[in-house]
Design a protein around this ligand. Structure first.
Ligand code: EPZ
Length: 467
């Protein structure tokens, strides 16, 4: 194992350590492809139940590795390809993960002893990499393969590594694995770190690692996403001492041990925003709950600007109406620039682009978070959308009030949110739309077509020939 000094050039050399693109790291999705077949041009109505947040559940599942005694009982973990993969990652290091009645997922990490999780599973999802922090903080070492996940950019992990180095860790890249060791082969020590970019994953990794470091740690320019705050709430329930979650400065007082607790995952704001867009693009009225309205202000503002009526019902429900009686039969275009929270969420960019192809007037979407998150543009154009791409900006031509902008066709999901956007577009298009490769959607939306069916959409899942 190289010493710290000899590692630094390597780490500096690898300042942007990128996930692998080798086949072994390509997300291994089911061999039989499925597609969704949608008959568009129908309105929807009724109420949709929102599941627990995928991105909170994945981080909290990684956080369960911090608990060296007791069991964790999680409610609200959505049944997804990604949460199933994360459970397999935890099992690969010796944790017991079992679904119990009543939708409770029990994790017992007290007997974890392996510090090198299964590379194949880590290669399937980005969040697999989140186990690095807990493992090195608890055991003084960890070897984790480069992560997989949506191919929406290079998605380096340099900020994760630098954050751990600020806690006394030593890291090296060896055979596409990140090997991290605690100071002198032991655990981590408190330290301060400033994130050059408010990375969600890097914030969550630092938070989990610092929770068990010896001393006080401070993280500045931290990500403020609700899922980050949810992870802090979970870790504090397990005995951690994290202050400032949800703000850009975290102060974390390390604890020797964390213990199991009961916890409920917060509602998925991105799933909720996706269904809000579904109501708007089909010119319908639906209600959705549970939601945390303050987590959806960006989407609410944009849909209101377009002419929709968004009403809060009680403390945890919203109604979105885009019916002709409310909108006068047309929605106005609006512009978007994606930003870290509390800015407009990048995870709702694709869904809004689908909506904007049906609005009157032209619009601009600027994607500032990921450098390659426009795969859905070429697919939407197959359905008749007028979109020009220039770098990370999409210029969407409006539609004429008297004609439907989109017509059915065969399109392919390249990533999770882009796939959902194509389903929304198919719901608005005239005729039949087939969305292929929906395993991407199954990664992040629980019972997606079932929920849309219950709202009155004409949608069904079919299997493609074996690929
Ligand atoms: C999380 O990804 C979410 N995933 C993403 O959701 C979400 O889009 C993203 O945060 C932003 O909100 C999970 O929580 C599992 P980042 P993450 O680190 O943590 C760069 C979905 O659809 N960066 O905040 O990977 C990075 O390349 C998924 O549900 C570095 O440069 O996002 C990107 O350009 C997609 N170095 C930007 O920061 C690093 O070390 C934001 O990435 C880390 C990140």
């Amino acid at each position: 194992m190289a010493t710290t000094s000899s590692l630094l050039p390597l780490i500096r050399l690898q300042s942007k350590i990128y996930p692998s693109t080798s086949p072994s790291h390509r997300a291994s999705l089911p061999s039989i492809e499925h597609k969704l077949v949608i008959s568009g041009g129908r309105s929807i109505s009724g109420h949709v139940a929102i599941s627990g947040s995928k991105n909170s559940a994945l981080a909290v599942l990684a956080g369960t590795l911090c608990c060296s005694s007791g069991t964790v009982a999680l409610r609200g973990v959505p049944e997804l390809l990604d949460t199933r993969t994360m459970a397999e990652v935890l099992r690969s290091v010796g944790a017991r993960v079992e679904a119990e009645d009543g939708g409770v997922l029990v994790v017992d990490a007290s007997n974890v002893w392996v510090t090198e999780p299964c590379s194949e599973k880590i290669g399937r999802i980005r969040a697999g990499f989140f186990v690095l922090g807990p493992l090195v903080a608890r055991f003084g070492k960890a070897e984790v393969a480069m992560p997989g996940g949506c191919r929406i950019g290079l998605r380096p992990v340099d900020l994760y590594i630098k954050g751990l180095e600020a806690l006394g860790a030593v890291a090296e890249l060896r055979e596409e694995k990140v090997c991290v060791y605690g100071a002198n082969g032991k655990g981590l020590v408190g330290g301060s770190f400033h994130l050059t970019y408010p990375s969600v994953g890097a914030t969550e990794t630092f938070m989990m690692a610092a929770s068990m470091a010896d001393g006080v740690s401070v993280l500045t320019n931290a990500a403020m996403e609700p899922e980050v705050a949810d992870l802090a709430k979970f870790l504090n329930a397990c005995g951690a001492c994290i202050e400032g979650a949800g703000t850009s400065t975290l102060v974390i007082t390390g604890r020797k041990k964390l213990y199991g607790a009961e916890f409920t995952i917060l509602p998925d704001r991105i799933e909720a925003g996706t269904f809000m867009a579904a109501a708007a693009i089909t010119r319908s009225c639906i209600s959705l709950s549970p939601v945390i309205p303050s987590h959806l202000t960006q989407m609410t503002e944009k849909l209101t600007e377009a002419g929709c009526k968004v009403t809060q019902i009680g403390s945890s429900a919203l109604e979105v109406s885009a019916v002709p009686e409310v909108t006068g039969g047309k929605l106005q275009a609006f512009n978007i620039k994606t930003l870290p929270y509390p800015g407009f969420p990048t995870d709702l960019q694709a869904q809004c682009m689908a909506l904007l192809t049906t609005c009157v007037g032209s619009s601009i979407i600027e994607e500032s978070v990921f450098e390659n998150r426009m795969h859905h543009v070429k697919e939407l154009k197959k359905l008749g959308a007028e979109i020009k791409l220039s770098g990370n900006s999409a210029f969407i031509g409006g539609t004429k009030p008297e004609r439907i902008a989109l017509s059915g066709g065969r399109v392919r999901a390249a990533d999770l949110r882009g796939g959902a956007a194509l389903v929304l577009a198919g719901m608005a298009a005239s005729g039949i739309t087939e969305v292929e490769n929906i395993a991407q959607i199954d990664r992040g939306y629980e019972r997606f077509e079932e929920k849309l069916l219950s709202l009155g959409a004409d949608i069904r899942r079919e299997s493609e020939a074996a690929v």
